[in-house]
Design a binder for this molecule. Sequence first.
Ligand code: PGA
Length: 249
Amino acid sequence: MSRIKIIAGNWKMYKTIAEAAAFAYEFVAAFDGSEHEVVICAPFTQLAPLKRAFSGSAVKIGAQNMHFENEGAYTGEISPPMLVELGVDYCVIGHSERRQYFAETDDTVNRKLKAAFAHGIMPIMCVGEVLEQRDAGKAFDVVERQVVDGLEDIKQKDAERLIIAYEPVWAIGTGRTATPEQAEEMCAFIRRIVSELYGKDTAEKLRVQYGGSVKPSNATELLSKENIDGALVGGASLSPTDFKAIVEF
Ligand code: PGA
């Protein structure tokens, strides 16, 4: 089964609107389409300008977080309908930085996944172990729990469209990439978990990204692996040149 690879940039809390516009101008000028899906997940303030800047190109936009309620007294939060109104295609859910600094849990991840599917936003669900867990031989248990709990009561038809990003926390922003073998092993493991939960067909449709210090020099090796269907790219997605090189791996 051939799955379309999806390369998503995760800008985190970087770039002003002016800087985002400059990126879009440079990237679109140099990028003439791809057989892969290309997404930029930007801060909320840049989503509307980026949607305009990327119109007429194949680049899609994503948010990096959202609340699970449609509206309410949740000061500082952004709801799924607000993202839909902007034409957002994707949303990163449960990034390790959200789990670490903003108390996100597998339960909030699960609620956000359900809300995303209910509104037609494609979630990119992030999972991954921290270094101590890997060193203690617990990486697979940790990731299995995150996947199983995150997907609780998610319908089969939604699971088929899901994207899971495996991001070992020790490889994020550290320059230390998981080896292609380590990344492949965990991405294959994630597919097996989904196969146990939803059956083989759904697992074959599932796209599993790797994220953690992906850069032009290691993208080809990682993305050539059988079970790695894309990349979630932090630091290197801030540069139009580097991101284009990764997209064209
Ligand atoms: P990095 O970040 O590519 O800078 O390691 C990846 C991520 O956090 O999604």
